[in-house]
Write a protein that binds this ligand. Structure first.
Ligand code: PEP
Ligand code: CO
Length: 452
C-alpha cells in the first residue's frame, strides 16, 4: 500500500523546510512537536492514492464542463462539533444540495467536504487583544483552544494528534453514511420535499416539481442502479500546518510517488500561496488533486507561475483555481485571469468561493456575509465563464447542517438584530441548513439556463 521513500523522494517531501513558511504557530516546545510528528508518521493513512486519483479524474471532468464540483463545510471544524449528529447534519446538507444541483446541471456533481481535517486557520493577526491582554490568536483546534486564556491559546502539538484522530472518526462516519443507505437518492429527495413543505420556499416550487417528476419517472421506468444508493463524498482541507502535512505524506507503493494521505484534496490559502514559499513547495511534490485560492489582486503572471510550479505537465484535474474575488470585483478581476490561463493552454479547473471576498462586519461587531452578495458572486462567476467560453467548474462554500444565524438574508431571513441568536462559528460565518438548500435552488435555476 504505502512504502518508505527513496532518498530523492524523501528530499522532495522535506524541501519545504528550507523555505519561508507563513502562518505557522509558534510551538513552545519544538522537540515535543518533532516527537509527536514522528509518532504520527507511524499511524495509518486517512485516504488512499487510488481514491485521490479517482477524484483527480472527476476534477478534470469538471474542468471540461462534464461535471460540477460542490465543496462545502465549516470554515473551521472543531473537536466539540465532530459528534455524530453534527457530522450527519453536514453530510445531509451536502447530499441535499447535490441532488438539486445534479438535476439542474445534468452532469455528475463531485461532492467534497471541507471536513475530516479542516482544523487549522491562518489568521490576519497572530495576536488578539482584549481588555489590555494580548494572547496568540485562535488558529484552529489543531493548534490551540478558542477560549481567551493563556493556557488555551498556547499552541499545543498534542492537538495535532487529536486532529488526526477526529479526522479518522469523521471520515469513518462519512464512509459509513455514504455507502450504508443514508445517501439513497430517494431518501435525499424526501428530505428535499420536507424542506419545500415550508411556504417560505414556495418560489422554488417549479424546480422542485420538475425534480419530483424526474424521480417518479425513474421509479416508474424501473431505473435502479447502485449509483442511486451510494455516493463518493471526498474530504478536503487547507494544507496549512506543514509538519502535520509532511507526516501524512506517504509513498504509494504502486507508483513510488508521494501522496498527502490526510485528505483527498488539499488547497493552499490566499495568504500562503507565495510562489517561493513552503506551502507551494510542499504541495508541488504530492500527486493529489490540489487547489489554490486566488483573491482579487492575483495577476496572470502569478497564475502562470503557480501552474509552472504545481502542474508543469498540464495534467488534467491536478490543479483547481478557487477564486474569491468579492461580488463587486469578480466581473472585472476574473476575465483577465481566465483569459491568460486559457492562452497558456494547460488545463485548470475553475471553482468559485463566493464567501471569503464578501465578509463584512455587522453593527454589533460580528463578522457576517449577505446571502445576496454570495449569490451575486456566483452569478458573476457563471457570467464570466459564459462570455469567455470557459467552464464554471463548481462552488466552494462555508456551511453547516445546523440552524445557526451567521449569514444575513434568506427567505427565513436572518437580519442584523437576530445574528446573535445562534452565532456559533469559531472563525467565519457559515450558511445554515436552510440557506444552503436555498442557495442550491438559486444556483440550480442558473445552471439550468446555461451550458456548463
Ligand atoms: C478559508 O477557506 O477559510 C480561507 C481562509 O480562505 P482564503 O485563503 O481564501 O482567505
Ligand atoms: Co473561512
Amino acid at each position: 500500500m504505502f512504502n518508505d521513500a527513496d532518498e530523492q523522494t524523501l528530499a522532495s517531501i522535506l524541501a519545504w523546510r528550507d523555505l519561508p513558511a507563513k502562518h505557522q504557530p509558534d510551538w513552545p516546545d519544538k522537540a515535543e512537536l518533532e516527537r509527536l510528528m514522528a509518532y504520527l508518521r507511524t499511524l495509518p493513512p486517512l485516504v488512499f492514492a487510488g481514491e485521490a486519483d479517482k477524484l483527480k479524474q472527476e476534477m478534470a471532468a469538471a474542468g471540461r464542463g462534464q461535471a460540477f464540483v460542490l465543496m462545502g463545510g465549516d470554515c473551521a471544524e472543531s473537536f466539540a462539533d465532530s459528534s455524530a449528529d453534527r457530522i450527519r447534519a453536514r453530510i445531509r446538507t451536502i447530499l441535499q444540495m447535490a441532488a438539486v444541483l445534479t438535476y439542474a446541471a445534468s452532469v455528475p456533481v463531485v461532492k467534497i467536504g471541507r471536513m475530516a481535517g479542516q482544523f487549522a486557520k491562518p489568521r490576519s493577526n497572530p495576536f488578539e487583544t482584549r481588555d489590555g491582554v494580548t494572547l496568540p490568536s485562535y488558529m484552529g483546534d489543531a493548534v490551540n483552544g478558542h477560549e481567551f486564556t493563556r493556557e488555551a491559546r498556547t499552541p499545543d502539538p498534542h492537538r495535532l494528534i487529536e486532529a488526526y484522530q477526529r479526522s479518522v472518526s469523521t471520515l469513518n462516519l462519512v464512509r459509513a453514511f455514504t455507502t450504508g443507505g443514508f445517501a439513497d437518492l430517494a431518501k435525499v429527495h424526501e428530505w428535499n420535499k420536507g424542506f419545500m413543505a415550508n411556504p417560505a420556499y414556495a418560489k422554488y416550487e417549479a424546480m422542485a416539481g420538475e425534480i419530483d417528476r424526474a424521480m417518479r419517472f425513474m421509479k416508474a421506468a424501473g431505473v435502479s442502479t447502485d449509483s442511486f444508493r451510494t455516493v463518493d463524498l471526498y474530504s478536503s482541507h487547507e494544507a496549512l500546518l506543514l509538519p502535520y502535512e509532511e507526516a501524512m505524506t506517504r509513498i504509494d507503493s504502486r507508483t513510488g510517488t508521494p501522496y498527502n494521505t490526510s485528505a483527498h484534496f488539499l488547497w493552499i490559502g490566499e495568504r500562503t500561496r507565495d510562489i517561493g514559499g513552503a506551502h507551494v513547495e510542499m504541495l508541488s511534490h504530492v500527486r493529489n488533486p490540489i487547489g489554490v485560492k486566488l483573491g482579487p489582486r492575483t495577476t496572470v503572471a502569478d497564475a502562470i507561475a503557480l501552474i509552472d510550479k504545481l502542474n508543469p505537465e498540464g495534467e488534467p484535474g491536478r490543479l483547481t483555481f478557487i477564486t474569491r474575488m468579492g461580488a463587486d470585483k469578480i466581473r472585472d478581476c476574473l476575465p483577465p485571469l481566465v483569459e491568460g490561463v486559457a492562452r497558456d493552454g494547460r488545463p485548470v479547473t475553475w471553482v468559485t468561493d463566493p464567501m471569503h471576498g464578501n465578509t463584512i462586519t455587522a453593527k454589533n461587531g460580528l463578522k457576517t456575509r449577505r446571502l445576496s452578495d454570495i449569490m451575486r458572486e456566483i452569478q458573476g462567476f457563471f457570467a464570466v465563464h459564459q462570455e469567455l467560453g470557459t467552464h464554471p467548474g463548481g462552488i466552494h462554500v462555508e456551511l453547516t447542517g445546523d440552524d445557526v444565524t451567521e449569514v444575513l438574508g434568506g427567505s427565513e431571513e436572518v437580519v442584523e438584530d437576530t445574528l446573535e441568536e445562534r452565532y456559533e462559528t469559531l472563525v467565519d460565518p457559515r450558511l445554515n441548513h436552510q440557506q444552503s438548500l436555498e442557495m442550491a435552488f438559486l444556483v440550480a435555476e442558473q445552471l439550468r439556463d446555461i451550458d456548463i
